[in-house]
Design a binder for this molecule. Structure first.
Ligand code: MG
Length: 324
């Protein structure tokens, strides 16, 4: 109930009041493949955000690896908490730059839904297994989830998201055919990078993989905000970018390729590959929806869709059930 005489602003009026000329207004959206009636209170991008949050792929991020698995304890980030940190940073950047915060929030929440179990380690295995069948990439898989694999409507597959959300995901595939990324997309990519660099340091310190003394030997620019004003293109200031590269080199060597991480990663990758091979040999054991889709996209792709949708713990349990 609103006070007498108070007219809450529509989402169109709110966007007109706060968005910069370089932002992407929802009112200018190219729309959806399947047209829908407008919502009274939510902009199209707010509806897209809700569809992402309500998707099975999003919920499963809670039990998917970012860098460290459950074997490392329960302090570190999962793919879901990484996503939430990216979203917070991206929204702050969007508000500071007067970009469309609703669109940025949607893109940030969706940016990792295509990740398979085991993070990039799982992605590497699937990419190798599908080398002769179109490959595998988590950004392309996110688009596949949005357009095909999530089934929320009886009339058509996919989430029926706004064109800008699908295009943003297409630009991440970096296949050359995608349109130039909106600033909202660039903000999310920058936030992703800021989030993983900083939280991987925090997780690595907690796990004892790196020490504060080692970190203090790195260029200090990595630990303070970028100087200077906003840019047309969203990027890091040159001195910060150089320090960031140095930090990422350090993390690669000391964390991502550390013995403790590899000791868990390598056997887990083997389980994923073995399970993939088992389903190729037993396609009738795929769930009905994946069996049906295999008729059009082939058994290897549909098997990859099924395995990529698994959480780390489901992969472990299914491997134990099928192969142990
Ligand atoms: Mg990410």
């Amino acid at each position: 109930m609103t006070p007498p005489g108070f007219e809450p602003p529509t989402w169109q009026a709110r966007e007109a009041a706060v968005l910069a000329p370089w932002a992407m207004p929802a009112a200018d959206s190219a729309g959806r493949v399947h047209p829908e009636q407008p919502h009274l209170f939510r902009s199209p991008y707010q509806r897209d955000r809700d569809r992402i949050v309500h998707s099975a792929a999003f919920r499963r991020l809670a039990h998917k690896t970012q860098v460290f698995t459950g074997y490392h304890g329960d302090y570190h980030r999962s793919r879901l908490t990484h996503t939430l940190e990216v979203t917070n940073i991206a929204r702050t950047l969007a508000r500071a730059l007067a970009l469309n915060e609703d669109l940025v929030e949607t893109l940030a929440l969706a940016h990792d839904i295509g990740h398979p179990p085991l993070g990039h380690a799982g992605e590497d295995v699937l990419a190798e297994l599908l080398r002769d069948d179109g490959g595998f990439n988590h950004n392309a898989q996110a688009l596949r989830i949005m357009e095909l694999l999530e089934t929320r409507y009886p009339e058509f597959p996919g989430l029926n998201l706004s064109r800008e959300v699908l295009d943003a995901q297409a630009t991440r595939k970096k296949d050359g055919a995608a349109p130039a990324p909106l600033l909202e997309t660039q903000v999310v990519d920058a936030a992703d990078s800021i989030a993983y660099d900083t939280h991987d340091v925090d997780d690595a310190i907690e796990l004892g993989l790196v020490s504060l003394d080692e970190l203090l030997e790195l260029p200090r620019a990595a630990f303070r905000p970028a100087a200077g004003g906003t840019r047309r293109l969203v990027t890091h200031a040159p001195d910060l970018a150089a320090a960031k590269r140095e930090l990422e080199r350090f993390l690669f060597e000391k964390v991502y390729r550390s013995e403790r991480v590899l000791a868990i990663r390598v056997p887990a990758q083997r389980k994923l590959a073995d399970l993939f091979g088992w389903y190729l040999a037993h396609p009738d054991e795929l769930p009905p929806g994946f069996r049906e889709r295999a008729k059009s996209c082939g058994i290897p792709r549909s098997t990859a869709d099924y395995i990529a949708g698994m959480t780390d713990r489901f992969l472990e349990a299914d491997h134990a059930r099928r192969l142990s």
